[in-house]
Write a protein that binds this ligand. Sequence first.
Ligand SMILES: [Zn+2]
Length: 89
Amino acid sequence: MTHFIIAALVLGAVYLVLLLVHPVHRCPGCKGRKVVQHGSAFRPCVRCKGRGRAYRRGAIITHRLVREHAFPWIRNRIHDAIASRLDES
Ligand SMILES: [Zn+2]
């Protein structure tokens, strides 16, 4: 049971990294062709609105959280490092 939980956590972490590095993937609706066939006619794909690419599940929320929480944290760290360096000199 413990192994199962660890495996789930590892898979979740890997998926999060994947979301951050590759938030978009080939559209599952049109397989990246940007159009879908309706009988004999081709129509722009509705799922990706003709872009051929779509955001992965959870990519938008992950990037929003990273922008709102992780980036200020990193920015503050850099700011603190610069401030402490200025104090030393
Ligand atoms: Zn599509």
